[in-house]
Design a protein. Structure first.
Length: 420
């Protein structure tokens, strides 16, 4: 006898991440340019061990107990103040509107689950974070790409026309949110300009608070030299009206991935309360000990010292990977831009070269001993078949050069096959 699954259960398919991991497990000889992990060599094991000893000396055993559903008050205060400084905001970012999650992914899930029913719409950039697209599909929510300019910016005139079309067709009632990765985006490495962010908020304010903005700032602090010069959408609300905004970020990517702690700030009190109600049903609080470690790391300056190490490391690894690829791929017609932050290179293959999971090129790369994320995963629709996302986070510099050699060898073999 088979179970009668719910509609939610029936929608679930094997995730693309699981598919990539399966390939990796089957081929331990592969070098992965797919996973968005951080470098094991830079993880602050000794520093966090010393921090744990300090916590033990302080004698507050409550850090090993369950904590508040909304998160550790001290960590929320520190993160709210940090966001306020980043935005150079005059007003106070109140702790009451902040919360802590199991990584930033949970904050995005809570946001969509509390806003959307199956059949509703969320607008996304193109390209966008492919795990977010997976999440929307799993919840039965339709992802529709916003128009973009030739430079990759959001085409706000095109977005205005799209919103007008939704209003005319009646689909505007199904449109619940716009999702935007503001800083050093996964996968493109682009950041959203202040003008573009303001223009999007200006369009949304026409809809009386019915359409929310989800601002994903997971990579905001992973700039290489200088931070991107755009405030968060929260800081722009005074000039752009009352648009509900959820700002989400993470303490995972810029510090220690295994701690799995994210941070959210929501400008809409009722929306926040509903997200917290769902979170209470899911886990009734993110790991309290991890939050205590992170609060201590922020207070002592360890977090920022380690972040400076990461910025230098990622910049060096990005340059090493890009430089090695340039020696072969440019002559074969490949192109990409070096990002100013983040963990990814976003490559365009020559026209006619397909790079998807089931493509000959992907098979050639696996045979050469290297993995990547097919770019088609990062688009809601109209999927380009010749894009590739490469991550330089997890491999060391020498391994990155070897992975680049393998990738170039695959491209060369495939190019030779096409010519013949």
């Amino acid at each position: 006898m088979s179970l009668n699954f719910s509609k939610l259960g029936l929608r679930q398919k094997e995730s693309d991440i699981a598919r990539l991991m399966t390939v990796a497990l089957q081929r331990p000889d592969l070098l992965s340019l797919a996973a968005g992990f951080t470098d094991n060599q830079t993880l602050p094991m000794a520093e966090l061990t010393a921090m744990a000893v300090e916590l033990e000396k302080e004698g507050d055993r409550s850090v090993l107990q369950y904590g508040a559903n909304q998160g550790n008050p001290r960590l929320r205060q520190l993160m709210s103040e940090r966001l306020q400084r980043q935005d150079s905001a005059m007003e106070t970012y109140t702790v009451d509107r902040s919360f802590v999650t199991n990584g930033s992914q949970q904050a995005l899930y809570l946001a969509v689950q509390s806003l959307c029913d199956a059949g509703d719409i969320v607008l996304v950039e193109q390209p966008t974070y492919f795990v977010f697209l997976e999440m929307l599909r799993g919840l039965g929510v339709e992802a529709i790409s916003m128009p973009t300019t030739s430079s990759g910016e959001i085409d706000t005139d095109g977005l205005e026309r799209l919103l007008d079309e939704f209003s005319s067709s009646g689909d505007i009632d199904r449109l619940k949110a716009v999702y935007m990765i503001s800083y050093y985006a996964n996968p493109s490495g682009r950041s959203v300009s202040r003008a573009s962010k303001s223009a999007v908020l200006g369009l949304l304010q026409r809809y009386d608070g019915r359409i929310a903005l989800l601002e994903d700032a997971a990579y905001r602090e992973l700039y290489y030299s200088e931070p991107h010069d755009s405030e968060s959408a929260i800081a722009l609300l005074d000039e752009c009206g009352a648009v509900p905004v959820l700002y989400s970020t993470t303490l995972t990517k810029p510090f220690a991935t295994g701690l799995k702690v994210g941070f959210g700030y929501c400008t809409h009190d009722d929306w926040l309360a509903r997200m917290m109600a769902i979170k209470g049903q899911q886990d009734f609080g993110t790991a309290n000990y991890n939050q205590a470690l992170l609060a201590k790391s922020l207070e002592t300056g360890l977090f920022d010292r380690h972040l400076a190490v990461l910025r230098s490391s990622y910049q060096g690894k990005m340059q090493a990977l890009s430089s090695r690829l340039e020696t072969s791929l440019v002559d074969m017609g490949w192109s990409w831009s070096r990002p100013d932050g983040g963990l990814y290179l976003w490559l365009t293959a020559p026209e006619g070269v397909q790079t998807g999971f089931d493509s000959a090129f992907h098979e050639s790369a696996i045979e050469a001993g290297v993995m990547y994320v097919p770019g088609e995963l990062c688009h809601a629709e109209g999927k380009p078949r010749n894009r590739v996302r490469l991550s330089f986070g997890v491999l060391g510099t020498s391994e990155l050069r070897e992975a680049a050699c393998r990738f170039c060898a695959a491209a060369q073999r495939f190019a030779a096959t096409r010519i013949s």
